[in-house]
Design a protein around this ligand. Structure first.
Ligand code: SF4
Length: 198
Protein backbone atom coordinates (compact mmCIF):
# COMPACT_ATOMS: atom_id res chain seq x y z
CA UNK A 1 0.00 0.00 0.00
CA UNK A 2 1.29 3.44 -0.90
CA UNK A 3 1.84 5.36 2.32
CA UNK A 4 3.43 8.50 0.95
CA UNK A 5 2.21 11.30 -1.26
CA UNK A 6 4.31 12.82 -3.99
CA UNK A 7 6.55 15.64 -2.77
CA UNK A 8 6.27 18.77 -4.88
CA UNK A 9 8.49 21.83 -4.56
CA UNK A 10 6.72 25.18 -4.50
CA UNK A 11 7.88 28.76 -4.83
CA UNK A 12 7.27 30.06 -1.30
CA UNK A 13 5.45 33.18 -2.44
CA UNK A 14 2.76 31.02 -4.10
CA UNK A 15 2.18 29.38 -0.75
CA UNK A 16 1.56 32.70 0.96
CA UNK A 17 4.95 33.57 2.39
CA UNK A 18 5.70 37.29 2.12
CA UNK A 19 9.08 36.82 0.53
CA UNK A 20 8.80 38.78 -2.72
CA UNK A 21 11.12 41.69 -3.40
CA UNK A 22 8.38 44.13 -2.38
CA UNK A 23 7.40 42.28 0.79
CA UNK A 24 4.24 40.75 -0.64
CA UNK A 25 3.21 37.19 -1.46
CA UNK A 26 1.45 35.64 -4.42
CA UNK A 27 -0.72 33.20 -2.51
CA UNK A 28 -2.89 31.23 -4.89
CA UNK A 29 -5.63 29.48 -2.94
CA UNK A 30 -7.05 27.69 -5.96
CA UNK A 31 -3.64 26.32 -6.87
CA UNK A 32 -2.94 25.22 -3.29
CA UNK A 33 -6.31 23.49 -2.97
CA UNK A 34 -5.69 21.50 -6.14
CA UNK A 35 -2.12 20.55 -5.22
CA UNK A 36 -3.14 19.53 -1.70
CA UNK A 37 -5.33 16.80 -3.20
CA UNK A 38 -2.36 14.78 -4.39
CA UNK A 39 0.93 16.19 -3.06
CA UNK A 40 2.82 17.35 -0.01
CA UNK A 41 4.36 20.74 -0.75
CA UNK A 42 7.92 21.87 -0.03
CA UNK A 43 8.17 25.68 -0.14
CA UNK A 44 11.49 27.26 -1.12
CA UNK A 45 12.51 30.84 -1.83
CA UNK A 46 15.99 30.93 -3.35
CA UNK A 47 16.36 34.70 -3.17
CA UNK A 48 15.69 34.81 0.56
CA UNK A 49 17.82 31.70 1.06
CA UNK A 50 20.88 33.39 -0.42
CA UNK A 51 20.49 36.29 1.98
CA UNK A 52 18.68 38.88 -0.07
CA UNK A 53 16.37 40.62 2.36
CA UNK A 54 12.68 41.44 2.25
CA UNK A 55 12.10 43.93 0.80
CA UNK A 56 15.05 43.90 -1.61
CA UNK A 57 16.19 45.43 -4.86
CA UNK A 58 14.71 43.52 -7.82
CA UNK A 59 16.98 41.36 -9.95
CA UNK A 60 16.81 40.25 -13.57
CA UNK A 61 18.42 37.92 -16.10
CA UNK A 62 21.22 39.50 -18.10
CA UNK A 63 22.69 37.85 -21.19
CA UNK A 64 26.22 39.16 -21.60
CA UNK A 65 27.82 39.88 -24.97
CA UNK A 66 29.66 36.56 -24.76
CA UNK A 67 26.39 34.71 -24.16
CA UNK A 68 26.88 34.03 -20.46
CA UNK A 69 23.81 34.32 -18.26
CA UNK A 70 24.04 36.40 -15.11
CA UNK A 71 21.48 37.38 -12.48
CA UNK A 72 22.01 40.98 -11.51
CA UNK A 73 20.29 43.95 -9.93
CA UNK A 74 17.92 45.86 -12.20
CA UNK A 75 19.06 49.24 -10.92
CA UNK A 76 22.56 48.20 -9.88
CA UNK A 77 24.25 45.63 -12.15
CA UNK A 78 27.16 45.42 -9.72
CA UNK A 79 24.80 43.36 -7.55
CA UNK A 80 25.47 39.95 -9.11
CA UNK A 81 23.90 36.98 -7.32
CA UNK A 82 24.59 34.34 -9.98
CA UNK A 83 27.18 32.46 -7.97
CA UNK A 84 25.08 32.60 -4.82
CA UNK A 85 22.06 31.13 -6.62
CA UNK A 86 24.27 28.45 -8.15
CA UNK A 87 25.71 27.52 -4.75
CA UNK A 88 22.28 27.38 -3.14
CA UNK A 89 20.87 25.23 -5.94
CA UNK A 90 23.80 22.83 -5.60
CA UNK A 91 23.20 22.65 -1.85
CA UNK A 92 19.56 21.75 -2.58
CA UNK A 93 20.46 18.77 -4.79
CA UNK A 94 19.77 16.17 -2.06
CA UNK A 95 16.33 17.73 -1.57
CA UNK A 96 15.62 17.92 -5.29
CA UNK A 97 16.32 14.20 -5.52
CA UNK A 98 13.37 13.63 -3.20
CA UNK A 99 10.94 15.77 -5.21
CA UNK A 100 8.37 14.42 -7.65
CA UNK A 101 7.60 17.76 -9.25
CA UNK A 102 7.93 21.49 -8.84
CA UNK A 103 5.51 24.41 -9.17
CA UNK A 104 7.35 27.65 -9.80
CA UNK A 105 6.30 31.28 -9.78
CA UNK A 106 5.85 32.45 -13.35
CA UNK A 107 8.21 35.03 -14.82
CA UNK A 108 10.56 35.24 -11.82
CA UNK A 109 14.25 35.64 -12.71
CA UNK A 110 14.96 32.93 -10.15
CA UNK A 111 11.89 30.69 -10.27
CA UNK A 112 10.15 31.18 -13.62
CA UNK A 113 10.28 27.95 -15.66
CA UNK A 114 9.67 29.68 -19.01
CA UNK A 115 9.03 33.04 -20.63
CA UNK A 116 11.24 35.05 -18.27
CA UNK A 117 12.47 38.49 -19.30
CA UNK A 118 16.10 38.58 -20.43
CA UNK A 119 18.05 41.78 -21.00
CA UNK A 120 20.89 41.44 -23.50
CA UNK A 121 24.17 43.29 -23.46
CA UNK A 122 23.12 45.40 -26.45
CA UNK A 123 19.93 46.47 -24.69
CA UNK A 124 17.61 44.07 -26.49
CA UNK A 125 14.98 42.35 -24.38
CA UNK A 126 13.10 39.11 -24.91
CA UNK A 127 10.92 36.81 -22.85
CA UNK A 128 12.66 33.55 -23.76
CA UNK A 129 14.47 33.04 -20.47
CA UNK A 130 14.18 30.57 -17.63
CA UNK A 131 14.76 31.56 -14.04
CA UNK A 132 18.24 30.67 -12.86
CA UNK A 133 17.09 28.35 -10.05
CA UNK A 134 14.39 26.73 -12.20
CA UNK A 135 16.93 26.24 -14.97
CA UNK A 136 19.23 24.40 -12.58
CA UNK A 137 16.39 22.03 -11.61
CA UNK A 138 15.50 21.39 -15.25
CA UNK A 139 19.11 20.67 -16.25
CA UNK A 140 19.67 18.22 -13.41
CA UNK A 141 16.24 16.55 -13.50
CA UNK A 142 15.13 16.62 -17.13
CA UNK A 143 12.16 14.31 -16.53
CA UNK A 144 10.81 15.99 -13.41
CA UNK A 145 7.38 17.61 -13.96
CA UNK A 146 7.76 21.39 -13.75
CA UNK A 147 5.02 23.97 -14.15
CA UNK A 148 4.08 27.48 -13.17
CA UNK A 149 0.84 28.80 -11.71
CA UNK A 150 -0.25 30.28 -15.03
CA UNK A 151 -0.18 26.89 -16.77
CA UNK A 152 -1.89 25.15 -13.86
CA UNK A 153 -4.77 27.64 -13.84
CA UNK A 154 -6.07 25.59 -16.77
CA UNK A 155 -7.95 22.55 -15.38
CA UNK A 156 -6.76 20.31 -18.19
CA UNK A 157 -3.14 21.21 -17.55
CA UNK A 158 -3.57 20.73 -13.81
CA UNK A 159 -5.01 17.27 -14.44
CA UNK A 160 -2.10 16.45 -16.76
CA UNK A 161 0.40 17.74 -14.19
CA UNK A 162 -1.20 15.57 -11.49
CA UNK A 163 -0.98 12.49 -13.72
CA UNK A 164 2.62 13.19 -14.58
CA UNK A 165 3.62 13.85 -10.95
CA UNK A 166 2.03 10.55 -9.91
CA UNK A 167 3.76 8.70 -12.74
CA UNK A 168 7.09 10.31 -11.82
CA UNK A 169 6.46 9.38 -8.17
CA UNK A 170 5.87 5.75 -9.18
CA UNK A 171 8.99 5.77 -11.33
CA UNK A 172 10.98 7.56 -8.68
CA UNK A 173 10.13 5.04 -5.98
CA UNK A 174 10.07 1.88 -8.05
CA UNK A 175 13.80 1.21 -7.71
CA UNK A 176 16.12 0.79 -10.66
CA UNK A 177 13.46 -0.60 -13.00
CA UNK A 178 10.66 1.68 -14.12
CA UNK A 179 7.47 -0.28 -13.56
CA UNK A 180 4.98 -0.67 -16.35
CA UNK A 181 2.42 1.68 -14.85
CA UNK A 182 4.93 4.48 -14.46
CA UNK A 183 6.20 3.90 -17.96
CA UNK A 184 2.70 4.16 -19.37
CA UNK A 185 2.05 7.30 -17.37
CA UNK A 186 5.24 9.01 -18.50
CA UNK A 187 4.46 8.15 -22.12
CA UNK A 188 0.90 9.43 -21.72
CA UNK A 189 2.18 12.79 -20.57
CA UNK A 190 4.95 13.10 -23.12
CA UNK A 191 2.97 15.50 -25.28
CA UNK A 192 2.21 17.72 -22.32
CA UNK A 193 5.91 17.94 -21.50
CA UNK A 194 6.71 19.03 -25.02
CA UNK A 195 4.11 21.78 -25.01
CA UNK A 196 6.02 25.07 -24.70
CA UNK A 197 3.02 26.56 -22.93
CA UNK A 198 3.38 24.37 -19.87
S1 SF4 B 1 9.43 33.87 -7.18
FE1 SF4 B 1 10.91 32.54 -6.14
S2 SF4 B 1 12.59 33.91 -5.53
FE2 SF4 B 1 10.82 35.21 -6.03
S3 SF4 B 1 9.78 35.53 -4.07
FE3 SF4 B 1 8.81 33.76 -5.04
S4 SF4 B 1 9.91 32.00 -4.18
FE4 SF4 B 1 11.17 33.80 -3.79
Amino acid sequence: MQLRHPLVGLSSCLGGQKVRYDGTDKRDDGLLAELDLFADLVPLCPEVAIGLGVPRAPIQLNVLEDGRLRVRGVADPSLDVTEDLQAYAEACLPLFEQLDGYVFKARSPSCGPRGVLRVHGDGREDEQGRGYFAGFVRRHFPLMPLADEDALADPGRMAAFERYVKAYFDYHHAGEEMNDGASRGLRADRDWRRDPGR
